[in-house]
Design a protein around this ligand. Sequence first.
Ligand SMILES: *Cc1c(COP(=O)(O)O)cnc(C)c1O
Length: 379
Amino acid sequence: MIEILSLFYLGDSMEEKILVTQSSMPPYEEYIEEIKELWDSKWLTNCGNLHNKLQSNLQQHLNVSNVELFTNGHLALMVALKSLGLKGEVITTPFTFASTTNAIVDCGLTPVFCDINEFDYTIDADKIEALVTDQTCAIVPVHVYGAVCDVEKIERIAKKHNLKVIYDSAHAFGVSYKGKNVSTFGDISMFSFHATKVFNTIEGGCLSFNDETLKQKIMQYRNFGLNGEQVEVCGINAKMNEFQSAMGLCNLRHNQEEIAKRKLISDCYDNLLAGVKGIKFLTLPDSIVRNYAYYPILIDQSVYGLNRDEVAGLLEKHNIFARKYFYPLTNEFDVYRDKFNGKTPIASKVSKNILCLPMFADLSIDNVKHIVDVLIAKK
Ligand SMILES: *Cc1c(COP(=O)(O)O)cnc(C)c1O
């Protein structure tokens, strides 16, 4: 009985629960229509018809010559690192999801942590060169929250020191900079199509790259290292299946519309929060076409009065679930603490003061107003 009651009991305020995110889904009938042919073909994975259709649609959508699909973004990132044959140190950011650092370490590479900038929280390109040693083989920057890294400076540094660049673009689907899709920067970019991302295939991801000669290696590493009957490299299994691909084909049709809805929500937050002292939201230059993947706010306790954890608690009291994202930093995880080089004081400060407010295409404007009202009332 208590359990049944708790299903309906939504806390003291009896307000509707607002979660930080909600997955985008196509109309039910559209998905059913898409998967129908699988009952005829009985071909469920290993580069089926739907997989190939999605691959080709994404190549067009991301405006890049090569796209390879994966069962998730994390394994895609691992395959990217493996296929480039990297060894040694990788300069990267700790202000990211566990996946980025885990992938580097799991591939036998040594992360060297570079600090971030205070404006858009991406890697501070001015601090990269000081971390380059004769062991450095690559840079793995992250387009955090769909902001774009300083791709020009990073490219110059990479050229000068002969380093590979692999972008973690998990947050940046649909983002472009100076008219170029982020899929085209660096040697390889990884996108995540996880259920919580701007574009989802339930779980899923892809690698995009310009150099056609990488294709063979990437496909091999994705499928156990097989080349015909032979195994030539120690590969993994990271293929995208047909049901994921079907979800992708459907969601891609609605993606522009979803991003447009996110923009309205983001603009509304911006307008309402503009007058709130001590809360800073993300503003990006006009050279970037955004995807509004997240709505991070940076809280300055000395001005706003409450610290980040208190703000998260206040929102929770009203059944609003924000996310401390990214906190802790990856170099503060138990498994990595004090193990790798690189001082990151700005990342550390941002990580303690950042909070991602609810953001998804179907979040109502009334709820956005309600969230900001709570932030203004501070009670
Ligand atoms: C989501 C995410 C990943 C991992 O992607 P999955 O598809 O969930 O495996 C990697 N890096 C960042 C920054 C992410 O947000």
